[in-house]
Ligand binder design. Structure first.
Ligand code: NAI
Length: 246
């Protein structure tokens, strides 16, 4: 298995894309740090990894709280002594039209999606510089590239993740750390499950592939980027959207 001996941390890995990524990296041999906002739910994914013969540590973390992120990385060092792969996946939406958007909804989305990515990356890079290499994948969104009415906060956070990824990629390329962003289109998870059938029908019309994506479509791409195959790819934004945006 190509990731044997590597340690990977996936934020927001209790369900959806994060869970699929954690399971894929574990199946390829990595030891996993599985985080979610509930320990019980993080533990569920960790247990699934144990069942397939992997090693996993479950940690409860709100990535918007810097002290919790710092405590998470202390636990990573205590348990594994190193970190090779970070996947910043935790994300939320608080949709609403701009004129009615509450400051709290703006701040919460920026704090989790963008600031959470910043703090986790900052802590991870400290460890990766020490071990002379690493891989970081940030989960952005197609709407960070094309915009979406009713999601000014979310689009701003996800566009921010793209700029952030490119800056950090430039800063750490010489340190053998790659940093890439993935921009998923419409992926079937709890986040999109709340949309009405009519909205889903309209969305489907905009997808040339004629289907929504699956969490595994993203997990496979993350694996490619963090494996040896992705060693010369950095600062890239990988669209996985069935042709929805080109
Ligand atoms: P989801 O809602 O199914 O899962 C989100 C995960 O993030 C959960 O594990 C949750 O516990 C965790 N989380 C939420 N707030 C957190 C916080 N403050 N601290 C730590 N963890 C937190 O979402 P889904 O669909 O799996 O999305 C994963 C990522 O992919 C998100 O960043 C999302 O914005 C992005 N994305 C999803 C798309 C989709 O169509 N589902 C499309 C484009 C991007």
């Amino acid at each position: 298995m190509s990731l044997t001996g590597k340690v990977a941390l996936v934020t927001g890995a209790s369900r959806g894309i994060g869970r699929a990524v954690a399971l894929k990296l574990a199946a390829e041999g990595a030891a996993l740090v599985v985080t979610a906002t509930s320990l019980e739910r993080a533990q569920k994914t960790a247990d699934e990894i144990t069942v397939i013969g992997g090693r996993a540590l479950a940690v409860k973390v709100n990535v918007a709280i810097i002290a919790e992120v710092e405590a998470l990385f202390s636990k990573v060092v205590e348990t594994f002594g190193r970190l090779d792969i970070l996947v910043n996946n935790a994300g939320i939406t608080r949709d609403g039209l701009l004129m009615r958007m509450k400051e709290a909804d703006w701040n919460e989305v920026i704090d989790v999606n963008l600031t959470g990515t910043f703090t986790c990356t900052r802590e991870a890079v400290k460890l990766m510089v020490k071990s002379k290499g690493g891989r970081i994948v940030n989960i952005s969104s197609v709407v960070g590239e094309m915009g979406n009415a009713g999601q000014a906060n979310y689009c701003a956070s996800k566009a921010g993740v793209i700029g952030f990824s490119k800056a950090v990629a430039r800063e750490y390329a010489k340190r053998n750390i790659t940093v890439n962003a993935i921009t998923p289109g419409f992926i079937e998870t709890d986040m999109t499950g709340v949309l009405s059938d009519s909205v889903k029908e309209e969305l489907l019309k905009q997808i040339p592939a004629g289907r929504f994506g699956k969490p595994d479509d993203i997990a496979n791409a993350v694996y490619f980027l963090v494996s040896e195959m992705g060693s010369y790819i950095t600062g890239h934004v990988l669209a996985i959207n069935g042709g929805m945006h080109m």
